[in-house]
Design a protein around this ligand. Structure first.
Ligand code: PEP
Ligand code: MG
Length: 321
């Protein structure tokens, strides 16, 4: 089986009846690139940049960030690389930032919320990203967006840094796509409005599931309520995908769900364009995809949306494939 999958390294990701999707990889550092290339990823769907900021005692400077982003973009040789701006806070701490202790860190001062207040830190990262965009197909993604105002503020800062780089004579990529993670229910529900102001969505189910069911993703006690296959979660995913397509935009998924055997038929049926997962899941996913029919997957997804429970959803997926 492993041998058969190895043959799929340079192949496209395509269903039995010809639906093409993109299978991309999640990475944390440029050191992950070896696995990405060996496993035939068609892109990077999520580069979690927080690791650049962790395990040290001061912020990484612009040039250091630029080198890290550039090396990943260059290795992908023109294939898409979605780089997420800093998502710190919640469960991930940065001692040197002196963040406030909060009662509910997952509902608190993290990710874009922090970047929009700590604008000097944010601008440094945006400049590094813009400069690296000149070396390949780099896309910028903002995490934890809850409101349109946040998106607009982040885009305004990006635009300012772009103009500044132009004035300084620095080279910046031509048309850098700007997207957001959809991991907060408000954004999933209002996806139609967001779709007009982004180039793409990437659904972050790790957080979207915890916020939709109000079940802490770190808690053993409520793990039974952390249900990626809850019909409400599927409904949100459908809403996001449909909203993006209505505006001619695309939707990916970079939460763990995107690489799960049970989820792939459902997500294909819901119309997901890009699946981003750990590199080791890519070849198994490509091989599974080749056995699926998108017309059958669509019917499956429709039935799943009418189910009452996550258990029922999982049952019909297993009957079906
Ligand atoms: C997610 O929330 O699904 C996600 C991909 O981001 P992280 O796991 O880094 O919070
Ligand atoms: Mg997240």
């Amino acid at each position: 089986k492993k041998e058969a999958q190895k043959k799929l390294v340079g192949e496209p990701s395509i269903s039995a009846d010809g639906q093409r999707v993109e299978l991309a990889a999640n990475i944390g550092t440029p050191n992950d690139m070896k696995g990405v290339l060996e496993n035939g990823a068609e892109g990077i769907g999520l580069y979690r940049t927080e690791f650049l900021y962790m395990g040290r005692d001061s912020l990484p400077e612009e040039d250091e960030q630029f080198e890290a982003y550039r090396s990943v973009v260059e290795k992908m040789n023109g294939a898409p690389v979605v780089i997420r701006t800093l998502d710190i806070g919640g469960d991930k701490e940065l001692p040197y930032l002196d963040l406030p202790e909060e009662l509910n860190p997952f509902l608190g001062f993290r990710a874009l919320r922090l970047c929009l207040e700590n604008t000097e830190m944010f601008r440094t990262q945006l400049r590094a990203l813009l400069r690296a965009s000149n070396y390949g197909n780099l896309k910028i993604m903002f995490p934890m967006v809850a409101t349109l105002e946040e998106l607009r503020s982040a885009k305004a800062l990006l635009q300012e840094e772009k103009s500044r780089l132009h004035e300084e004579g620095a080279a910046v990529g031509e048309a850098v796509e700007v997207g957001i993670m959809v991991e907060i229910p408000s954004t999933a529900v209002a996806a139609t409005q967001f779709a007009k102001e982004v180039d793409f969505f990437s659904i972050g189910t790790n957080d979207l599931v915890q916020y939709t069911l109000a079940a802490d993703r770190m808690s053993e006690r409520v793990a039974h309520l952390y249900q990626p296959y809850h019909p409400a979660v599927l409904q949100l995913i459908k809403n996001v995908i449909d909203a993006s397509h209505a505006e001619g935009k695309w939707t990916g998924m970079c939460g763990e769900m995107a690489g799960e055997t049970t989820a792939i038929p459902l997500l294909l049926g819901l119309g997901l364009d890009e699946f981003s997962m750990s590199a080791s899941s890519i070849l198994p996913a490509r091989s599974q995809l080749a056995t699926l029919n998108v017309t059958v997957a669509r019917e499956l997804a429709e039935r799943a949306l009418t189910c009452g429970t996550a258990d029922e959803v999982e049952k019909i997926v297993h009957e079906h494939v």
